[in-house]
Design a protein. Structure first.
Length: 277
């Protein structure tokens, strides 16, 4: 999420264009990823995560089940970082340092920083989460959005939580959705129900009509780091891209990371075994 593009209402009139793009690129490749190995998650006993949990008394947000706990933590992240002015954060990508900067300077940070805080807060309570960058078709559009996927053990399912706007998504039967299901909802014209889980009826940078179109723009392709430790100097980043956009199993090395481009949904989204520690 680029702060300069927040609430750019000009995109609202382009909903049909963004939806049609998703419809055209509705499927992913059936070619398996040549890379294997589960995504990596630090233990909740990791020293940094333990310090985060203790400093902010995160155990008080534990609900009757993992889903309630995850929603509570999402709302906490949104509200503790909810200020009236934006700032660009250039420090270390750890939840403790991000929160220190935001609170000391009373600044609202972008969705990537929200997503990191949510990931580490959930991991500190033993709930597995990954930060997913949701990207548009246009590779020169530098405006993307970060949404977390969170594994709910009782449901045996990933769900999507957006802490930047404190939202989650359901179908018409109130089944909570993951990012794969949300993308398909746009493709089949059965738009998801969007729930805002917050004490504040309005907040900076949010309008439901805009948000619906903003998601349509940014649900074209996805990326995430192989490791959920965000302050590493380099990382492997996987990009899940639809069939016909780019070839399968391509690897490009940059100065900072290794980018791997795949169409293997099963590998990218993971399964129950990938969530066992």
């Amino acid at each position: 999420m680029n702060e300069g593009n927040i609430m750019d209402n000009t995109i609202v009139k382009h909903f049909q264009t963004f939806q049609n793009i998703l419809i055209k690129y509705d499927s992913f490749s059936d070619v398996n990823s040549i890379w294997n190995g589960s995504f990596i998650y630090p233990s909740k006993n990791n020293a940094h995560l333990h310090a985060l949990k203790d400093k902010y008394f995160l155990e008080k947000f534990v609900g009757s089940n993992d889903l309630d706990t995850a929603k509570n933590i999402m709302r906490w992240v949104n509200e503790i970082m909810l200020f009236s002015e934006y700032a660009e954060y250039k420090g270390n990508n750890t939840a403790l340092e991000i929160l220190n900067f935001s609170r000391e300077n009373r600044k609202l940070l972008n969705c990537a920083m929200h997503s990191i805080v949510l990931t580490e807060a959930l991991l500190s309570l033993g709930i597995i989460s990954r930060s997913i960058q949701c990207l548009p078709l246009d590779p020169i559009d530098n405006d993307s959005h970060f949404i977390n996927i969170v594994y709910i053990n009782k449901m045996k399912k990933w769900i999507a939580l957006d802490s930047a706007f404190s939202t989650y998504f359901t179908d018409k039967d109130e089944n909570i959705l993951n990012l794969h299901e949300i993308r398909n909802a746009y493709i089949t014209n059965k738009l998801p129900k969007i729930h805002r889980y917050t004490r504040f009826s309005q907040s900076i940078g949010f309008n439901m009509d805009w948000y619906i179109v903003y998601l349509a723009k940014n649900l074209f392709r996805f990326s995430c780091t192989h490791s959920a430790s965000f302050n590493e100097k380099s990382n492997i980043i996987y990009f899940l891209e639809p069939l016909g956009y780019r070839g399968d199993n391509l690897e490009i090395k940059t100065d900072d990371n290794i980018n791997r481009y795949i169409g293997d949904e099963k590998y990218f989204w993971g399964n129950i075994h990938d969530c066992e520690k």
